[in-house]
Write a protein that binds this ligand. Structure first.
Ligand SMILES: NC(=O)c1ccc[n+]([C@@H]2O[C@H](COP(=O)([O-])OP(=O)(O)OC[C@H]3O[C@@H](n4cnc5c(N)ncnc54)[C@H](OP(=O)(O)O)[C@@H]3O)[C@@H](O)[C@H]2O)c1
Length: 255
């Protein structure tokens, strides 16, 4: 089996549930040592079981990203343990509820911003020196379509994600002359808590499972990835792939 991530250390921030929990075992299967960061120790232990079943070993970090000082200590502590970081995947996010802009509670909005945006900025600040110590550091940040196409009732979430995108793309521009590659990924609809918070009445089978976005996310974490400063949409890439396959089929039929 090919193990393109053999020996590589990848931090998954938001590893307890949803997309991060789906990506972590695949990273292990490909040879990586995942560092699982999440709020809930029990959830991390369940993901750790799946990492072990995939043949890997993980490090567990039960940490609330609202605790900024704890986030700031991550860089030094991961440096002491590993000396470098080969990958950072940021999937942590809150949605909680959709609400008209005129009704948004400022304390709730501040918490949303703290997790969805400020935590990413703080992670970049503390982990950038470690990512630069890797021969092929990769940083991937999950975003959401509303960042660029705000809709009624999605204003607060959209604002946090638009700010995240601006930060990440500026960071990408700053490190473009280094081996570090930095990208955004929009996983599209996935049956997770984030989706349930937005569409509480929707049956779970209406959206694909989080595993759907795993290949696209993992591709951006590989040392061979050359994309940089991109905003990768899983849905658009799947549609492009379908179009390619259809046109190749038509070409083959015409021959
Ligand atoms: N699901 C969708 O339909 C969809 C669509 C478009 C974009 N996205 C994006 O995809 C990304 C992943 O979303 P998801 O669907 O996987 O959501 P999810 O299932 O709700 O998972 C979010 C993760 O973030 C963690 N988290 C939240 N607050 C935290 C905090 N204060 N400290 C540490 N960890 C915290 C959660 O940990 P706990 O469980 O312990 O709270 C959970 O593991 C997000 O950026 C989202 O915007 C999702």
């Amino acid at each position: 089996m090919s193990r393109p991530l053999a020996g590589r250390v990848v931090l998954v921030a938001g590893a307890g549930h949803g997309l991060g929990a789906a990506v972590a075992p695949e990273l292990a299967r490909l040879g990586a040592h995942p560092v699982l960061l999440g709020r809930t120790a029990g959830a991390l232990e369940e993901v750790d079981d799946r990492v072990r079943a995939a043949g890997g070993r993980a490090t567990l970090l039960a940490l609330d990203l609202l605790d900024g000082e704890a986030v700031d200590r991550l860089g030094p502590s991961l440096y002491a343990r590993f000396g470098r970081l080969d990958g950072l995947l940021f999937t942590a996010a809150r949605l909680e509820r959709l609400t008209p802009v005129a009704h948004g509670d400022p304390d709730w909005f501040a918490r949303l911003l703290a997790v969805n945006t400020v935590a990413a900025a703080r992670l970049i600040r503390t982990l950038d020196p470690l990512l630069r110590r890797s021969d092929a550091g990769r940083a991937v940040f999950a975003t959401c379509a509303v960042a660029r196409a705000p809709r009624a009732y999605w204003g607060h979430v959209a604002a946090t994600k638009a700010a995240l995108e601006a930060l990440v793309l500026a960071y990408a521009a700053e490190v473009r002359r280094t081996p570090l590659r930095v990208n955004l990924v929009d996983p599209g609809p996935l049956a997770t808590r984030y989706r349930r918070d937005a569409y509480p009445g929707e049956p779970p089978e209406a959206a694909p499972p989080p595993t759907r976005a795993v290949p696209a996310v993992v591709a951006l974490l590989l040392p061979s990835c050359t994309r940089h400063g991109a905003r990768v949409s899983v849905e658009e890439e799947a549609a492009d792939g379908d179009r390619d396959r259809r046109s190749r089929g038509l070409d083959a039929a015409a021959r």
